[in-house]
Ligand binder design. Structure first.
Ligand SMILES: CSC[C@H]1O[C@@H](n2cnc3c(O)ncnc32)[C@H](O)[C@@H]1O
Ligand SMILES: [Zn+2]
Length: 432
């Protein structure tokens, strides 16, 4: 057996206690073997965690990774006009090579800011899967379906593509899983949703969908169908355990209960919700009802970065504002959402430092001015740390970043290619 020891640090345990211990990893199995003082000293490879906290790798439960190419392209607009006037026209010009380059940039950013797994909904997902394999991350991937504005043939072809990706891409690596990913309850017609969801059940893949993000998305469902959007979702076969719904901002009490009863998860995207002025998700009410809640950045065009430490802070802050209660969404709740909550929501291993768990870990330096003194490391994770405090990143037992150097990707060439492709993409979009 070949081992990795993460030594001399503090370790964040699943119950949010922090203790001084080493973490010993089986590199081949990609599994945590033991968490105990001094257990890592004789490991084959060592990572220094002195003056640092060993935490689970963060899990980004909702993103569109290749949207890094559109970072800063269209700011300061609400969702509907942002999508229709800027984002969708630009996305129409994307090539598979652009998507690979944008995803590679996203992978670089995620590894550097302590994310070890993500859920993606986008296009050219076989190329996204190749980048996941190359970078060493874990992911659940899905081809996003939109049927509004398409003729029947094109709409069915989009549904078929999502199902084919869900079926075929999951075999490419142990670190890659898939989902059926209709874009939203209003941008995919009812017959396509019903059929796609039923076929996803046959394939045994979950559904990842945007839901209840803005009032403009909720009101038409209520007016036309006389039910709340998540009641409609249930009618078309959604909300099975394993399904996860991005945003869940505008929910009524019935919908919160539906999520709790069915076991479907909500993915909170606080920065995107604030930037697009979509609203404040009722996160404390979801947690109180027993709903599993994960945390996502959404795409880099509505955030504008993929640093989940920002979401941790935003989730804790906006959670209090939404509840009118400073004790709502406490630091430990936010950290749980970004780790075990997200991992469980998207159905990937990770999110916990304990024997038998996936060896997806980060080492966060606590030796910076903005993290001094250390009264409570969990508080620092939620409120004061940033992605650049991450010293090492490990996924599946493999070191992806050591002392801030990303090992599997060549950062300068990843950045250069993304820069070049982003400029050409925008040029094409603006002359189309
Ligand atoms: C069809 S692939 C996914 C699709 O979703 C778009 N998108 C990005 N951010 C959001 C958001 O916050 N709500 C809804 N849709 C979003 C993305 O640009 C792709 O077109
Ligand atoms: Zn999204």
């Amino acid at each position: 057996m070949s081992t990795l020891g993460i030594t001399d640090g503090l370790v964040l345990r699943p119950d949010m206690r922090v203790e001084r211990a080493d973490v010993l990893v089986d590199r081949e199995a990609g599994e945590i073997l033991d968490v105990r003082p001094e257990i890592g000293r004789s490991a084959d490879e060592r990572l220094d965690a002195s003056d640092a906290l060993v935490a689970p790798g963060l899990v980004n439960a909702h993103t569109h990774a290749a949207m890094t190419l559109l970072r800063g392209y269209a700011d300061d607009k609400p969702l509907e006009s942002w999508l229709r006037e800027d984002v969708w026209p630009a996305e129409a010009e994307l090539t598979p090579d652009d998507i690979a380059a944008g995803t590679r940039l996203a992978a670089l950013e995620m590894i550097r800011s302590g994310t070890t797994a993500f859920a993606d909904m986008y296009f050219s997902e076989p190329r996204v899967a190749d980048v996941v394999v190359e970078s060493g991350l874990r992911a659940r991937l899905g081809h996003g379906v939109v049927t509004v504005g398409k003729d029947e043939e094109a709409a069915w072809a989009d549904v078929e593509e999502s199902l084919t990706v869900a079926d075929e891409v999951r075999g490419v690596s142990d670190r890659v899983e898939t989902a059926f990913t209709p874009h939203s309850l209003t941008t995919v017609g009812e017959e396509y949703l019903r059929e796609g969801v039923a076929r996803a059940r046959e394939l045994g893949v979950p559904v990842h969908v945007h839901a209840n993000e803005t009032r403009h998305e909720v009101d038409p469902v209520v007016e036309e169908r006389g039910v709340r959007p998540l009641e409609y979702a249930r009618e078309v076969g959604l909300l099975e355990p394993g399904d996860f719904l991005a945003h869940c901002v505008h929910l009524d009490a019935t919908e919160i209960d539906l999520l709790a009863e069915t076991g479907a998860s909500a993915v909170h995207c606080p920065a995107s919700n604030m930037k697009l002025a979509s609203g404040m998700a009722p996160v404390q009410r979801l947690l109180d009802a027993g709903v599993r809640v994960g945390l996502g950045t959404d795409g880099a065009a509505s955030n504008n970065d993929l640093d989940l430490f920002g979401e941790l802070r935003d989730a804790a802050m906006v959670g209090k504002l939404a509840a009118g209660d400073a004790s709502a969404v406490a630091a430990g709740d936010a950290v749980r959402m970004a780790t075990a909550g997200s991992a469980d929501a998207i159905g990937l291993p990770g999110g916990r430092i304990e024997p038998g768990a996936a060896a997806d870990c980060i080492v966060v330096g606590l030796d910076a001015a903005h993290l001094t003194p250390v009264h409570d490391p969990v508080s620092h994770l939620a409120y004061a740390a940033t992605g650049s405090d991450v010293r090492h990143t490990v996924c599946d037992g493999r070191v992806l970043m050591r002392d801030r150097e990303v090992l599997a990707l060549d950062a300068p060439s990843v950045r250069a290619e993304a820069e070049e492709r982003a400029a050409a993409l925008v040029e094409r979009a603006e002359t189309a």
